[in-house]
Design a binder for this molecule. Structure first.
Ligand SMILES: [Fe+2]
Length: 162
């Protein structure tokens, strides 16, 4: 459509991401329940309040850009989450379950990292400083979670799975 600009693009992606964060919030307890290893359970459990915070950040961002907070249903995140659920079923009870859960969770994190990174650049371009700060705070937490999961996998979980 003619006349659409970077701000419209940002709002579009905010709606996708809002939908994604809420979908992740629903999926996380299932991951935590499936995880047998305590550290992994802990990592997933820790990310629940963080994800709630990410949803709150997005609500604040919507307010700052003068839009109602709403999600647009979109298949990408559903696909990543259902891939994780499939892995949970296929590897349930096996020594590779924890590694499978980490792999799925990192696919979600990387997806979020890409989204927040892009939105951050757009907010910066648009001179939306407060928006930029909120998105950056979330991005840092997503990166941190991703790193924790990598360390868990490399320090113990992958060896246990092998
Ligand atoms: Fe998040």
């Amino acid at each position: 459509m003619a006349g659409k600009d970077l701000k419209d693009l940002l709002i579009h992606q905010l709606k996708d991401t809002y939908y994604a964060e809420n979908a992740i919030l629903k999926a996380l307890p299932k991951l935590a329940e499936a995880a047998k290893a305590d550290e992994l359970k802990g990592a997933f459990g820790l990310h629940v309040p963080e994800t709630q915070k990410h949803v709150e950040h997005l609500k604040q961002v919507f307010k700052l850009v003068g839009e109602r907070a709403e999600g647009t249903e979109f298949p990408a995140i559903e696909g990543i989450i259902s891939e994780g659920e499939e892995a949970m079923q296929e590897f349930g009870g096996s020594s590779a379950l924890a590694a499978a859960l980490i792999g799925s969770a990192q696919a979600v994190e990387h997806y979020e990292i890409v989204r927040y990174g892009t939105m951050l650049a757009w907010a910066k371009q648009l001179g939306l400083g407060e928006v930029e700060a909120l998105l950056n705070e979330t991005l840092v937490e997503e990166e941190n979670t991703d790193e924790i999961l990598s360390e868990l996998a490399e320090d113990s979980i992958n060896a246990q799975a092998a």
